[in-house]
Design a protein around this ligand. Sequence first.
Ligand code: HEC
Length: 101
Amino acid sequence: MKNISTEVLTMGKEVYSRSCSTCHTYGLSGAAKLVDFDYWDRVADKGMDTIFNHVKKGYRGKRGIMPPKGNCFNCSDKELQASILYIFENIINNKAGTKNI
Ligand code: HEC
């Protein structure tokens, strides 16, 4: 997950703030926060194809239900992809104690 362009991150931030943050910033309905590093390490191990599929189609895990497209029904694949990259970029920054965009 290196060298993600600022353009993609900006798009991802927009989608994340609008659709994902309600659950993933505050840990609502079983969603992991972006500081739950062990959880996200395990997610990362699944690989981007599986992760993208789970976000697009929805996913029921041990902790709860990830709704299809994070309820962003008019989001394109590109926007969903960007929001996932934004999440992982944030996790890396949170781990390192560096600033997020
Ligand atoms: C209504 C709450 C909610 C919203 C909104 C939401 N999520 Fe989730 N998400 C969850 C929950 C709950 C899980 C945990 C499922 C589990 O592991 O049990 C999850 C899991 C995930 C995972 C891990 C999937 C996997 O394969 O393990 C990713 C990636 C993710 N969310 C990304 C997003 C993105 C991107 C958005 C916005 C487009 C979003 N989520 C919006 C609740 C939400």
